[in-house]
Write a protein that binds this ligand. Sequence first.
Ligand code: PMP
Length: 397
Amino acid sequence: MIDELDRLKREGLHRTLTESSPADGEGWIVRDGRRMLNLASNHYLGLDHRLDETVLDRWRKEGGGDAEPERTIRTGSTASRLVVGGDPAVGRLERDFAAFKGTEACLVFGSGYMANVGIVSALVGRNDIVFSDRLNHASIVDGAVLSRAELVRYRHRDMDHLEALLRKADPSKRKLIVTDAVFSMDGSLAPLAALVELKERYGAMLMVDEAHSGGVFGDRGEGLARACGLTDRIDVHMGTFSKAYGCCGGYAAGDAVLVDYLVNKARSLIYTTAPPPMVVHAIRDQWSTAVAEGWRRERLLRTAAQLRSELREAGFDTGESECHIVPVIVGASDKTLAFGRRLQEEGIAAVPIRPPTVPEGTARIRLTPMATHREDDLREAVAVIRRIGVELGVIGA
Ligand code: PMP
């Protein structure tokens, strides 16, 4: 362990934990004792997290339709969904969320990570093939590894490459194509229409991870699939409540048969304690607010476009970003670390992302604005980023 940790330190890849809490002001945090502009979270819509007496009262009244009309709110669910852990609130959330997504059914998992690992490892096995975009999230890769299926990675968003791989594959094997809808470290969008065409042509299943697009795309935040009018042609809709919805938990949505199958096969649902009812209530609240307050989606996308164009104008490489995730690609890990450190010194929380999270030689600062950031704060942040970029030779003077 010590040798390996030393190696990580030598190569600029060592990570440490930090502590952050919300600060006063929109989009600010206190991190390691210092107030900073928060450009590092996935809390895109800036929804409020606070739990006060009014919220608790409402949750109590919502109850679960059981014998106790004014219930206490349970912080734990006490068992797996398949045993006695299924509070009525979770079933109700699943029915309503399925209607919102435009699918027959939905299944809530403890986290997005657990959802991906459970879904992928349930849908494919030893004799099957998973086709995965090279930049897909680690939880998809972990699900594929756990499934023991063959894992075939296609070049990022390269549909010609994917088609060549599908054509080469044994037609008798079950095939699952998986993609992030929004790529978490690049802010690029998956070519969903082309993926649907390919999956139909080659008789594959298609799974779309809406972790970063849920709450952001679609008229009411349903996700990218809905925004593209493709809901019915995608087999598995996966997403999280942990990012735009600012809570925690993941889901799978699709046909009733899919959900029935996952209830019986997804080990990260079966062999774990169900999400606490308290969290389920919080998910419903955050989701309802996100739907009702469409200005947050509009403002987020507008702000991000402005941020991206100002950074590009300054000479930064923002890669293929086309939404609310804006990378500043630096290249070398040590320089990226120095960039992150300097930003922190100047009061900006923006985390350096290094390999293996991103491919070798593409270390970057990942910037994520929030719907609640003030324009002035962002303008000042761009000036600081620009100054540090010049100082470190990432951009010209
Ligand atoms: N999928 C993607 C694309 C993600 O970025 C993440 C989180 N980083 C997850 C799944 C896992 O979600 P959660 O944080 O809810 O476990």
